[in-house]
Design a protein around this ligand. Structure first.
Ligand SMILES: Nc1ncnc2c1ncn2[C@@H]1O[C@H](COP(=O)(O)OP(=O)(O)OP(=O)(O)O)[C@@H](O)[C@H]1O
Ligand SMILES: CC(=O)N[C@H]1[C@@H]2OC[C@@H](O2)[C@@H](O)[C@@H]1O[C@H](C)C(=O)O
Length: 359
């Protein structure tokens, strides 16, 4: 039985790693979390991924972007049709281009078409209003992280780290009840994308499974030093990245040393993020695919001022946090509540992004 005011909201995310689409049901009223529902995943086929990859960097209206939008809509329609009794959908779409400085961000896929295909109301285009109003348009998960911190009963500052293609971090204080006053969040550097790209180019495999190759290598200190000198790391948040993030030069290194250097670079970005926190969080809870990379997790743990653990240690599903976040944000948009704030995207005042399309 649903509690009064709680809706069954279906959220989706297809992240920068281009692996596929995650979908998760969240019971929420856009403020509190009532519980978690079914989840599903649909990988992109190799052909679909090639179309998406070819469209990276393209803006609406181009032929490449239209081909990508078709792939995105088809994959979502197929996956979401498996769900039943849905009140509302939160559809992130596939980020193809993100240039908040140039005041643009582009997530492929039309929520209007999806609403028609599925017969459910869909909230989509979450990032562009924030960008138009001067924000970074990312990260947007922080308000959900704050709700999670309250849901798990945290009684002091907590950190969330997402290790996807890119890494992003949220510092939040659940003792301050309004998320728009209690979150500091930003992208902290590249995560798995450079490791995946290296594996695809040099080793003919999609990733360094569990970080096993990196575990046999040694990070190259001089190259790491040059990498962390990049001005991005010292820039005061808010700040956001896409796949065009700074990456260490690993040319000429053995695959083991190259992957160890790339993992250490990701860990260095996380460690440098702590410099921007108001105070160290009691613990850093990690979600996203990179939490399966044991070498990366060990490096992050060694570089942080607090205990680091996968979100599963708090009873959460680390593969579905982002999809759940877009369910939560959809419910907020439907209620006219803000989805970003000065501390999360740098927008001047709290903003409710997102468009609601009805079937
Ligand atoms: N067992 C594993 N070992 C190493 N890497 C892994 C493992 N499982 C997943 N990954 C990596 O995690 C990434 C996928 O994680 P996730 O789905 O969280 O990213 P995403 O949502 O696409 O990206 P982002 O959060 O940046 O938008 C891929 O880069 C993949 O290589
Ligand atoms: C522009 C864009 O799609 N950014 C993504 C990406 O993937 C991780 C990181 O970069 C984060 O900024 C964001 O996604 C998460 C879900 C967010 O908005 O919180």
């Amino acid at each position: 039985m649903k509690k009064a005011g709680m809706q069954r909201v279906l959220g989706t995310m297809s992240g920068t790693s281009l692996d596929g689409v995650d979908a998760a049901v969240l019971l929420t009223d856009g403020v509190e979390i009532g519980g978690f529902g079914e989840t599903a995943y649909r990988p992109y086929s190799d052909d679909e991924r090639d179309i998406l990859r070819a469209a990276l960097g393209s803006w609406p209206g181009s032929a490449l972007a239209e081909a990508a939008a078709e792939v995105v809509e088809l994959a979502h329609a197929e996956l979401l049709a498996k769900f039943r009794d849905i009140d509302l959908v939160g559809f992130h779409g596939q980020t193809l281009a993100h240039d908040p400085g140039g005041r643009g961000t582009h997530q492929a896929g039309s929520g209007q078409d999806l609403a028609q295909a599925l017969g459910w109301p869909v909230v989509w285009d979450f990032r562009s209003t924030d960008v138009r109003l001067g924000g970074q348009g990312a990260p947007l998960a922080p308000f959900y992280h704050h709700a999670l911190a309250r849901f798990i009963g945290a009684d002091g500052p907590l950190g969330f780290l997402n290790l996807g293609g890119v890494s992003n971090v949220t510092w939040c204080d659940p003792r301050i009840p309004a998320p728009d006053h209690a979150c500091l969040a930003f992208d902290c550097g590249p995560a798995n994308a450079p490791m995946d790209d290296y594996c695809a180019t040099h080793l003919g495999c999609p990733r360094d499974e569990n970080g096993s190759r990196a575990a046999r290598g040694v990070p190259e200190a001089a190259r790491l030093e040059a990498y962390v000198a990049h001005p991005f790391f010292r820039r005061i948040p808010p700040k956001s990245l896409d796949r065009a993030a700074p990456v260490p030069d690993v040319q000429g290194l053995s695959p083991e040393d190259a992957l160890a250097t790339l993992a250490a670079a990701c860990a260095a970005g996380v460690s440098l993020a702590f410099e921007h926190f108001p105070e160290p969080p009691a613990r850093l809870l990690v979600c996203g695919g990179g939490r399966h990379n044991a070498t990366l997790m060990a490096m992050i743990t060694a570089g942080c001022d607090c205990p680091v653990a996968p979100v599963e240690t708090a009873g959460l599903d680390g593969d579905m946090i982002e999809a759940q976040a877009f369910a939560y944000l959809a419910a907020r948009v439907a209620r006219g509540l803000p989805t970003s704030a000065p501390g999360t995207t740098g927008v001047a005042a709290p903003v409710g992004g997102g468009t609601l399309s009805r079937p």
